[in-house]
Design a protein around this ligand. Structure first.
Ligand SMILES: Cc1cc2nc3c(=O)[nH]c(=O)nc-3n(C[C@H](O)[C@H](O)[C@H](O)COP(=O)(O)O)c2cc1C
Length: 415
């Protein structure tokens, strides 16, 4: 466990709550508003966050364009372009974005991230993803989504070539998927090389992370899930000659925080009320793997469901919750769409800090990737209420000690 927790600010257009775009304190074009992002990055930097993180997918986020256009991330910048602009508007905070190993080539991607690392003075990070969505696949040829194992095999070689190029060790790579003749036209950056981030959850995804990642994001609801993931991943590292502390594991957390618990609950309920029924029902349908849920009365119970061929565990979870709490379709849709499967804490700064501290000190996290419900309000609330509470408890830095992302994270400079 690290001495102090690491914090990431996961930036996402109007916010992480699916209905954030309808909130009166957001604006729908936030995803393409550079001033909005500059303000968020500066807030996170003033609060001494380790990094900001921008996710990505080269395609719409929902298969149905009508539904996609009614969620909080329907328009947004390509993230590496965005972070290049933010690099010159900030001076300390780490700049991390996703890029796909399925729809890029390693030489170009290595060059782009190492350039970002240079122009930010050593603050860049790459979240390696293999891209699991068939929606993206359809934008890169007609052959559809490649099998999971093939995507990870390509990702393994991709990561090897990229890190080799960053460390000046590749020339003449000829492998299964890639062939690269020359080194990059860039020297190592002030932090040596960009930070490698991953969020794979599968067995092969965890193995790749154990071998190559510096930071790992995860989605875990309970302490037990988070702890099991943490122990499993750290346990895989010795096989690759690495120490447990060489990877920082940062589960996502979606807090809604206010001065009083009642106020926090009110804020959360206000967001829940904003979820359009058709969006809630569409997302619930996908969890249940049925297409005609919209035919049933929204204030009535779930219909009898055929056995799922999709996400069996997710279907069972929804059915169980509807039985246990007597929830109708509308209530279930709001419950699952609003949280989107992430760990949510609604409460005061003390309550949020207590929960983060328990996971951090209980060996289930090295830090957290904070996913504010809407921007800028909930990032401001976390920065002004929760961060000072964590600092008061000695759990988070008061000042940056270094200038690079590796220095913030306490990571060794790559050799
Ligand atoms: C916090 C977090 C952020 C993620 N960001 C992205 C992203 O930006 N783009 C993407 O395609 N997948 C993203 N993912 C999905 C993971 O990369 C991965 O595909 C998923 O966890 C399933 O694991 P597997 O690929 O090993 O099966 C993210 C996951 C988490 C937990």
């Amino acid at each position: 466990m690290s001495a102090r927790m690491k914090l990431g600010a996961f930036l996402w257009a109007t916010g992480h709550h699916i209905a954030a775009w309808r909130h009166p304190k957001t604006h729908v074009t936030a995803g393409i508003d550079i001033d909005h992002y500059i303000a968020l990055a500066r807030t996170a930097e003033a609060a001494k966050f380790d990094m900001i993180f921008c996710e990505d997918a080269a395609g719409l986020r929902e298969a149905d364009v009508g539904i996609a256009s009614q969620t909080s991330r329907s328009i947004g910048f390509e993230p590496i372009s965005l972070l290049s602009a933010l690099a010159v508007q900030t001076s300390r905070i780490g700049l991390v974005s996703t890029a796909s190993t399925s729809y890029n080539e390693p030489y170009g991607l290595a060059r782009t991230f190492l350039s970002l690392d240079h122009l930010s003075g050593g603050r860049a990070g790459w979240n390696l993803v293999t891209s699991a969505s068939p929606i993206e696949a359809a934008n890169f040829g007609a052959t559809g989504l490649k099998p999971h194992a093939d995507r990870y095999e390509r990702a393994r070689e991709f990561a090897e070539v990229v890190t080799g190029l960053w460390h000046g060790k590749v020339s003449g790579h000829v492998g299964q998927s890639f062939s690269v003749r020359d080194p990059l036209d860039l020297p190592p950056s002030p932090q040596g090389a960009p930070v490698m981030v991953q969020a794979g959850a599968s067995d092969v995804g965890r193995d790749l992370a154990a071998r190559t990642a510096d930071v790992v994001f995860t989605a875990a609801q309970t302490f037990e899930e988070a702890k099991a993931f943490y122990d499993d991943l750290k346990g895989r590292m010795a096989a690759h000659g690495r120490e447990p502390d060489d990877i920082k594991i940062m589960p996502g957390v979606a807090p809604v925080v206010a001065e009083t618990e009642a106020e926090a609950r009110e804020k959360f309920e206000e967001l829940q009320e904003l979820i359009p029924d058709d969006v809630g029902v569409a997302l619930l349908s996908s969890y249940l793997s049925i297409s005609d849920l919209w035919r049933y009365p929204i204030d009535g119970p779930l219909p009898e469901l055929p056995e799922s061929e999709g996400m069996k565990s997710r279907q069972a979870l929804v059915v169980e919750q509807s039985r246990r709490d007597g929830l109708n379709i509308r209530q279930l849709a709001r419950h699952f769409a609003g949280a989107r499967g992430h760990w949510r804490i609604v409460g005061t700064a003390t309550q949020v800090a207590d929960e983060l501290q328990a996971r951090f000190e209980g060996g289930a996290a090295d830090g957290f990737n904070v996913m504010p419900a809407y921007f800028p309000g909930e990032l401001d609330a976390f920065a002004t209420l929760v961060v000072p509470e964590l600092q008061r408890r000695g759990l988070f830095r008061m000042e940056y000690e270094g200038t690079t992302l590796r220095a913030h994270l306490g990571l060794k400079r790559p050799s």
